[in-house]
Design a binder for this molecule. Structure first.
Ligand SMILES: [Cu+2]
Length: 328
């Protein structure tokens, strides 16, 4: 009995751990997610009603004596319980679900912020297109103003990925050669987690991103900062910058403001120091995390499109990590 109790406790703990709001569709922080969570609970309620009715009928069927059950009543029960009730319940749920679609698929009003996100194996290229004009490139993190509808333009350069921020709304596939759309409107500030929801290769599970919903004014300030080139580094960080250029990192990475660093194969690193994680949600963005990323890239993320630099002296790796960390 004790073992059963323990197993039950562990199962509950595991289930509840899944309810951590950062990545839960049942802890909505967006207009779309609220609707979807509502639909989920109505569906669950409908399923529970059907289940209880079927279970009750089963118990009744086992107990009832055939002679006390006239054929007419049995036929009514079969037609009513077997055809009528499921048809009505399922049709109602279908109509309720479908009625939601036009709203969830609507475009954002003209003048809304647009964000183009491209899925790559295994990271996210992010391009902000504010209504005021211009574009701002970033990667592996998405920041949003609270209360505003934002239109995402989703693309892929290699295989099918799927863009999903569970607390904010539904998921939409990113299909090579096509542009799909999704409108999200966060309802509260906070930090959430987005994922790729379509198996896309070896490191599919290591393709996540942080989502930070901010107050409107704070977001405007942040976007303005992103627009600017990287802040000039101090003397110590400047050494890291030299190593960055000497080791060929700039062939794949752009750091606006660092002359010559204009590669476009990998994520834009202009303000990488201000992100919450590195490696698309894989490691903490601190000195240890970035150093580990540079040293063991392929072990951190199997199949990754960046070579590892484990052959370099540790001091050089740390210097580069320090410089990247200073790029706020
Ligand atoms: Cu993916």
């Amino acid at each position: 009995m004790r073992t059963v109790g323990r197993c039950f406790f562990c199962a509950c703990a595991a289930l509840l751990a899944g309810c951590d709001g950062r990545q839960s569709a049942l802890d909505p922080a967006g207009v779309g997610a609220e609707r979807i969570a509502g639909l989920f609970w109505w569906m669950t309620g409908g399923a529970a009603v059907v289940w209880i009715a079927v279970a009750a009928l089963t118990v009744h069927a086992v107990r009832a004596l055939p002679e006390t059950f006239p054929e007419r009543r049995a036929r009514l029960l079969i037609i009513g319980g077997g055809a009528l009730v499921p048809t009505v319940v399922l049709a109602a749920l279908l109509v309720y679900g479908l009625a939601m679609l036009p709203d969830l698929l609507a475009r954002a009003p003209v003048g809304s912020l647009k964000i183009a996100v491209t899925g790559e194996q295994w990271w996210w290229r992010v391009m902000y297109r504010p209504p005021s004009g211009g574009r701002v490139e970033s990667a592996n993190e998405i920041r949003l103003p609270v209360g505003e509808p934002v239109e995402f333009e989703l693309e892929s350069t290699d295989v099918i990925h799927s863009f999903w921020i569970p607390p904010l709304g539904g998921k939409v596939d990113m299909i090579p050669g096509r542009r799909t759309r999704l409108v999200l409107q966060p309802t509260r500030t906070g930090t959430f987690r987005g994922v790729c929801a379509e198996y896309c290769g070896a490191s599919h599970a290591l393709m996540a991103f942080d989502v930070v919903v901010m107050e409107k004014a704070e977001f405007a300030r942040w976007l303005d900062l992103q627009r600017r080139p990287a802040a000039p580094a101090g003397a110590e960080a400047a050494i890291g910058r030299r190593h960055f250029m000497a080791n060929g990192c700039s062939a794949c990475h752009t750091v606006r403001g660092a002359a010559g660093a204009d590669g476009v194969i990998g994520p834009d690193l202009t303000h990488v120091g201000g992100r919450l994680s590195v490696g698309a949600g894989t490691l903490a963005n601190d000195l240890a995390g970035v150093t580990a990323w540079l040293e063991r890239t392929d072990r951190v993320k199997p199949g990754v499109g960046m070579p590892h630099f484990g052959m370099l002296p540790p001091g050089e790796l740390r210097a580069m990590a320090a410089w990247l960390g200073s790029l706020k």
